[in-house]
Design a protein around this ligand. Structure first.
Ligand SMILES: NC(=O)c1ccc[n+]([C@@H]2O[C@H](COP(=O)([O-])OP(=O)(O)OC[C@H]3O[C@@H](n4cnc5c(N)ncnc54)[C@H](OP(=O)(O)O)[C@@H]3O)[C@@H](O)[C@H]2O)c1
Length: 353
């Protein structure tokens, strides 16, 4: 039997290699930790004189807008909260300090936007507007594309995208004056289109508009952040509203189209929706308002915020996967229309069910 020769030189070389590889690993770990600490410290710097700054927020009757208006008001910021209804404005005023002002605003009405800009111009004076949160939005109807008519798309796009663009354009001169911030509320549905209707399209549009706005306004000191929340319990995700609207769409479909989905499809679709929304929707909407607050008050706001565990761990990673994997996931999740079963059976040459 022959034993390999182990010389002192070999041991020395192995020892040096071990030290070097450990040294390299240690260097990497130390660098990563140092970068994380530096990033955390940079992230925590807050702008000065918040009590001298004005922030305009749309859609403050309920949900994220209502919460962030009260939150920023408590921080001493001059909040101008735009509400869609008079009642929404009165309720918010009653829950805030006398510093908070409300205005009525319908983002689909140009005159209403101009009136809100005029009101804000008088309030902010020479300082200009520090922050604009484009939060107003609506989601219903959402559902299979074939169930929609053109007006269903337009209704959503008018509020979520065209309204947001018009509000931003009209406030830009005041924002430039203050070298302020724009915070646009998109959604993870602006990164991955999980259902039909105008909502995902509108939020993809908000993402694109915000990216170009950020690059264009960078030279003027105006910063733009995008909020991409996962699913949260607000009016936008209220199942009774979504389901009543879905039923309206289903009932107005021509008999022949409904027949192609089969008698059980609608109920199965609602069951899947109830189950997934129940599983995903978080009641802690402060995760979203805290991101909005950070985007407006941090010295170095982030470009994108993705509040919610589902956004961070599920939807954003999934949005980077190849389309066929996402298609497969959705196909497993959603019920199958009757006609698909027939077509599939024909393809594989068996009797259709
Ligand atoms: N909840 C979620 O899971 C989720 C996830 C991602 C993104 N978002 C987005 O977050 C934003 C805020 O929604 P939310 O979840 O807080 O729901 P919400 O409570 O329904 O807030 C939306 C607000 O917008 C208002 N609004 C509707 N149409 C308007 C119009 N034409 N002009 C002005 N205001 C109008 C609503 O008023 P009324 O209540 O009187 O109709 C409401 O106050 C929306 O852009 C939504 O798309 C929500």
């Amino acid at each position: 039997m022959v034993f390999p020769m182990v010389s002192d030189d070999n041991i020395l070389i192995e020892f040096c290699q071990a030290i070097l590889s450990n040294l390299a690993l240690s260097c990497v770990l130390i660098s990563v930790t140092a970068i994380a600490i530096a990033w955390f410290i940079r992230d925590s710097f807050i702008v000065e004189d918040l009590d001298k700054k004005h922030i305009f927020i749309t859609g403050c009757d309920s949900g994220f807008g209502n919460l962030v208006a009260r939150q920023l008001d408590r921080k001493g910021v001059h909040v101008i909260a735009a509400c869609f209804t008079e009642k929404g404005g009165l309720d918010l005023k009653a829950a805030a300090s006398p510093r908070l002002k409300t205005v009525l605003l319908n983002v689909t009405d140009s005159l209403s936007i101009e009136r809100a800009v005029e009101f804000t111009r008088t309030e902010v004076g020479e300082r200009g507007l520090w922050g604009l949160i484009n939060n107003a939005g609506r989601a219903s109807p959402m559902g299979p594309t074939e169930w929609m008519q053109l007006e269903d798309f337009v209704k959503i796009l008018d509020v979520n995208l065209i309204g947001l663009i018009e509000v931003t354009l009209k406030f830009l001169p005041l924002l430039k004056k203050a070298q302020g911030r724009v915070v646009n509320v998109a959604s993870i549905l602006g990164r991955i289109a999980l259902n039909g209707g105008g909502y995902c399209i509108s939020k993809y549009g908000v993402e694109a508009f915000s990216d170009s706005l950020r690059r264009d306004m960078h030279h003027f000191g105006v910063k733009v952040s995008i909020i991409e929340p996962g699913f949260f319990k607000t009016n936008v995700t209220r199942l009774d509203i979504i389901e009543a609207d879905l039923e309206r769409l289903w009932n107005r479909l021509p008999e022949e189209v409904r027949h192609s989905y089969g008698p059980t499809f609608f109920d199965e679709y609602l069951k899947v929706q109830d189950f997934t929304m129940g599983l995903l929707c978080s009641a802690d909407i402060s995760k979203v308002s805290n991101c909005m607050q950070h985007a407006l008050t941090a010295l170095h706001p982030r470009t994108r915020y993705s509040p919610g565990w589902d956004a961070k761990l599920m939807w954003i990673p999934m949005s980077y996967l190849p389309a066929f994997i996402v298609d497969f996931f959705m196909a497993v999740l959603l019920p199958v229309p009757k006609d698909y079963k027939k077509i599939y059976a024909n393809q594989i040459g068996v009797e259709s069910p």
